[in-house]
Structure formats: structure tokens, C-alpha cells
Design a protein around this ligand. Sequence first.
Ligand SMILES: [Fe+2]
Ligand SMILES: [Fe+2]
Length: 325
Amino acid sequence: MTMEIEGFSLKYLQIWDKRSTVRHLERFQPTARDVASQIVPDNALPFSHSINDLNLSGEAVRWYAAMQCYRFMEEIALVESDVIVRLCNLLANRQHDWHLPFAARQVAMTIATDESYHALVAREFMENVQHLTGFKPNGLPGRCAVDVALEGVQSHVTESLWNDFQIIALCLAENAIVDELVGLARDTEPDNAFHCVLSEHMLDEGRHRKFFQQLLKFQWAALDPTARDSIARVLPTYLDLWLARDEPMEDALEDLEAVGASSSNLLVLKRKFLSARSGKHDNPMWQNVRNALRVAGMDTNAYLQQQLIIGGWLIPSNGQSQAKP
Ligand SMILES: [Fe+2]
Ligand SMILES: [Fe+2]
């Protein structure tokens, strides 16, 4: 298994030299023409199906779309800097209970470099859109969801396993994020400015995802059964804090309120959203995470399966939910 990740990493380093955006791509810069139309199109906005029912002016919808662009870019800038870069450095520079080859440590350093650059691009894009539209952000959270979720479970994980848990969280985040970018890029036209920035970001993220799938498989296989069980016990709570959050919906509702949607309309919207909300097991980000677990061979671990069923993330094969109330 060590030779497998070493061989993969050596090839990765060659490809990074030839293809990384930080070294080879002149980045997209939006113009006044790009931002004159709606920066994020209706179909990629929260509450996309109900925006027409709110009787907002075209300018109000344009403002709402700019706010969602800022929220998304802020989340990108924070998750890259506060989580991915920090944990790639941890992966590259610290000793682990499993032997990580030098080439894999160097890959982690290249990813930290890519992600710092992605954060810079996201911040620059926000600044340019703000300058060109005159729309100021409507209050941004200042912390990303992964960071909050990690803090929320830290006291449940022993100190000796905390680095391992965080590296698993890193692998899962890097699998989920790329699929989210792909989904948003699919919902936007190729000449849209938001699409252009997402597409450039994706050029690096597909490569990252492959590395983190390899790493997750390698790390999980290297952990002893007690360590695996301890991590499996905390994973569902971590997923709750990371993926099953209402904050994105509440932030979008706040933006709609700020732009003049009536409280009665917003209440209807919120009720409609909550009643249509599917279970955790249908969460699109969870589907990406689940795929990463499958590729890494973690999905066959009976104890992890049981914990995910209890946490409501998996449906047992007999179809009866054992989720906690
Ligand atoms: Fe990135
Ligand atoms: Fe990445």
C-alpha cells in the first residue's frame, strides 16, 4: 500500500509541475460587462424555484445573486486557508503512526500551495465584483462549516487520534468540495463570470480529489481496529455539524429580507423549504462523502456502517430507520 501511494504521488508531482493553475494559468478577471447581468443565475441560487413568487425587482434579484456569490467565495477562501492549507501542512510536516512517503508529503505541500492561491483568487473575485457592482456583502460568517464542525467534535476525540481524525476530515472535504463545484458549474453558462472562476478552480480540484481518495484508503488501512472504531463513533456527529446545517438557508433568507421580501412571504418560503427537506441520507454533499468512503474501502466496515445508521446517515438494508430521534 505504501508503494501504491508513493508511485501515485511521484506521478502527481510531475503533473502538478505541468498543469497547476498557480504556475500556468492567467486567471480570469471580471469586467463591468460580466457583472452587468446576474452574477449567479437563478437556477444556482438558494430558493431558486420561489424567487419569482417574491415580487422582487430585477435589481433586487441581481443584488441577492451577488450576495450568494460573496457567501460562496467567502466559504471557499476560508475553507482553503483555515482548514485545507492548515491540514495539508500537518500532513506534510508531522509524524504519523503510519509511514507517509516523502513524495506524498510533497504532494500535500503542492496542494497547500494550490489552495492558498484559490483563496487569493476567491478574495480577489469578491473584491472585483464589489468594485464593479457597488454591492457590499451583507454580513459574512467569518468561519467556514468544516472549521466549525471540527471544533465541535474535538472534545470527543482523544488527543492521540486528533491528527488522524482531522486528516480524514480533510480527505472527505476535498472529495465533497469538488463535486459541489462541478454541480454549480453545471448550473451556470460557460460565459458567466461565476462559472469562469469555478471552472478554473476545478482544474486543480479533480487532481486533489484523486490524491485524497488514495490517501484515505492508505490511512484507513494503516489504522488499527481500535482507532478505526473510535473515529467511526465520532464521524456521524461530525457530519451533522458539517453538512446538516440550517445556516446557509437562514443566511439566504436574511439576504432576501434585506432586499425587501415581505416577512409573510419569507415565512412561507422557510416552511416550504423545511417540509421539502429530505433526510440526511439524501443530502447531496453526503452522497459525495459516501462515494469517498466507498473508494477508500471504508463503507464495508461494519462498525462504521452501524454508527452511520444510528446517526441517520445510512438507511439499514432492511429499510427500517434506527436513527436517534
Ligand atoms: Fe481549492
Ligand atoms: Fe483542493
